[in-house]
Design a protein around this ligand. Structure first.
Ligand code: PLP
Length: 272
């Protein structure tokens, strides 16, 4: 059954798609899109259980395929955290002279698949803030070993462990039953890394009117297991879950980090 608000979302998404196809998104569209998303996050927060109110979700604006002027527009509106999922595109944007000049406090999140042989290309970039997609001990070990060559202070590199909660073969991420071993490895063997949380992409097209999204429930259960086995406070392990179609639902279920692209920047032409 569709709720009234679903009709609203549906029509709003269709509407956004239409304007994006008719004309290019402008800086003003981006600023408005950002404000709408931030408002929805705040509203979703107020629907959370009292226990979950303890953490405030962070918005990562996913700017992949989008031009520099639109990133600057979102930055001017107060947005600081941005996500990219291709190494080469992140290299171009992080080193872009306009971004460096106008967005000096930008915080880049890498959210794509990272091969160990590309690690240095990402670690050397200005304002790299977090790698959300660490999906093997080998990658964690490489990041840990190489980070000291690039960091400017003795700050640790923020990482998240990507979990393939839907256990789909084509998805990256470790399986939920490997999460405790992997976190143990990061916490004990990777002194240059700061474990910021767990991340999932999840199954595409889940309808939240069917109940809590099983991917989000699984990620939360992984966190419970980690906290119990490693003796860490759950408030110190974030949950990166929720994208344009389901970020409000994810926030209601305890997401601490939503990654939202098209709801801010408009429809994306798929890369081949
Ligand atoms: C592209 C992407 C997003 C954002 O997707 P939207 O549906 O446009 O919000 C979030 N997370 C990852 C890992 C992505 O690659």
């Amino acid at each position: 059954m569709l709720r009234k608000c679903d009709y609203y979302h549906y029509h709003q998404n269709i509407f956004q798609l239409m304007i994006a196809q008719i004309r290019k998104m402008t800086e003003a569209d981006i600023k408005q899109g950002l404000r709408i998303v931030l408002n929805k996050i705040e509203e979703a927060c107020s629907r959370r259980t009292p226990e979950l109110q303890a953490t405030n979700p962070q918005l990562v604006a996913v700017s992949k395929t989008k031009p520099v002027n639109l990133i600057v527009a979102a930055y001017e509106e107060g947005q600081r955290h941005f996500g990219e999922n291709y190494v080469q595109e992140l290299e171009e944007k992080a080193n872009n002279s306009i971004i460096l000049e106008k967005c000096s406090d930008i915080k880049w999140h890498f959210i794509g698949h990272l091969q160990s042989n590309k690690v240095n290309k990402v670690l050397c970039l200005p304002n790299v803030h977090m790698i959300q997609t660490v999906d093997s001990q080998k990658l964690a070990a490489t990041l840990n070993k190489n980070w000291p060559k690039f960091r400017s202070s003795d700050a640790k590199l923020n990482i998240m462990i990507q979990v393939n909660t839907s256990e789909e073969e084509e998805k990256n991420g470790i399986s939920p039953d490997q999460v405790c071993d992997m976190t143990k490895f990061v916490l004990n063997e990777c002194s240059n890394l700061h474990l910021a949380g767990l991340m999932t992409i999840g199954r595409f097209g889940y309808d939240p009117t069917d109940g809590p999204n099983p991917d989000f429930v699984t990620l939360k259960r992984c966190r419970d297991d980690v906290c119990q086995s490693q003796g860490v406070d759950w408030k110190n392990i974030g949950l990166s879950m929720g994208m344009s179609d389901d970020f409000e639902h994810a926030v209601e279920l305890g997401s601490t980090n939503v990654r939202v692209g098209s709801s801010i920047f408009g429809y994306r032409v798929k890369k081949k």
